[in-house]
Design a protein around this ligand. Sequence first.
Ligand SMILES: Cc1cc2nc3c(=O)[nH]c(=O)nc-3n(C[C@H](O)[C@H](O)[C@H](O)COP(=O)(O)OP(=O)(O)OC[C@H]3O[C@@H](n4cnc5c(N)ncnc54)[C@H](O)[C@@H]3O)c2cc1C
Length: 445
Amino acid sequence: MGSKLSRKCSVRQRRGGGNPKTGFDDSWYFQTTRNQHDYPSLDGSTEADVCVVGGGYTGLSAAIELANRGFSVALLEGHKIGSGASGRNGGVLGTGQRKDQIELEKWLGIDDARKMWQIACDANQLVRDRISEFNIDCDLTDGELSLAHRERHQHSLWDYATHLEKNYDYTAKRIIDREEAADMLGVDTLYGGYLDSHAGHIHPLNLAIGLARAASNLGADIYEETLATGIQEHREGVTVTTASGNVKSKFLLVACNGYLNGFHKTPDLYQMPINNFILATEPLGEKRGRQINRDNVAVVDTRFVVNYFHNTPDHRLIFGGGENYSPYFPRDIKAFVRKNMLKIYPNLADVKIDYGWGGTLAITMRRMPHFGREGNHVYWAQGYSGHGIAMANMGGKIIAEAIMGQAERFDLFANLTHFPFPGGRWLRWPGLVAGMLYYSMLDRL
Ligand SMILES: Cc1cc2nc3c(=O)[nH]c(=O)nc-3n(C[C@H](O)[C@H](O)[C@H](O)COP(=O)(O)OP(=O)(O)OC[C@H]3O[C@@H](n4cnc5c(N)ncnc54)[C@H](O)[C@@H]3O)c2cc1C
């Protein structure tokens, strides 16, 4: 019985969750990279002030900050730069934290909630500044439309926009009614919401590639195809071992997020890996592209398993929607996501799907990032809970600040109470997985 099941799994599904090598080259992003550069793998021993493990936004951002301040940095990436979530994601550059301000005010009180809001605003600006400072060609396009998938949710969205305007002087969210939403998308499958002009969308892999180039130009040593396999802490610092070498450093940043796979036990306890899936259609042509998204804004809906979409410069629809909670990717990702796409755009039933891919992100129980330190030398930043383009860039910067002795923003996050996930890494806790499935089922009702 057991072997029958595992044979069935191996035929129908790919072990993709948490594996940066699976499906990285399946994405439209991979096919449209610009200025891609190969970095050597580490062969032998080296020393650095800081060893960064993980070549996504968190690790690259920390490397930029540290190298810019004269620290020597060795960054180890198990596969290719951006082959984790940073090169596969939906590209939505959001505003705010993953948890909304009303919840943060209840949890942390108004003062710390305001600090969290400010950090999120700074995170969005940080990405924009880096794109312009390092001349990163990643299709930054302004505007994010958040729309309700049920009528009652549109009132919550409108109330939230008003709350931000009243309490945070945030005027970038403009209220949109159902009629205007239908006008913008050419379909009336969603209700009203708001349009945030400070948010937008990007080509995520080209952002990661540009950040790596910037870090390297500032003097950071980047090693690809270099999986870190062990950590030894000693009085003066840390030694990280790899298959064919090691790095001795004063500090270590673990920046592996959903691809951590137990590399460091403590952060591993506090995250749950989740796979999320995306498709890209065939090119629709400029006219049809404009019909389905008049202003080419990023669109997200209010489903528990959120749908998110925008158009590419070559007029394809990139559509993200659907997730699972196991080490396996569905065999046919295109079909898996297409059924969600057709709920929003039934008028695209005739359209061919050219690309389908998945990636792994890490959530925390409280859906806020988890930044931590163990001993004097080891830091981590993870658990952006699907909201990491801005906040992972900020996470790397905040860890760099802490290493440089300015820990105010680090402490704000490190003092958040996080809860460990009981159980193994995948199917962390059967009750929790059942809960996720329950809420995703409600989306369908
Ligand atoms: C499908 C999908 C859609 C998403 N959409 C959005 C979105 O639209 N907007 C948004 O804000 N966020 C989104 N996210 C979340 C966002 O992509 C992540 O929060 C962010 O990229 C995390 O960056 P990171 O650098 O921490 O981790 P990652 O980018 O995952 O990088 C971790 C890296 O560590 C490497 N690594 C792991 N272990 C080792 C080791 N032992 N040795 C060496 N290297 C190692 C991996 O190979 C990987 O490259 C999405 C995520 C996914 C998966």
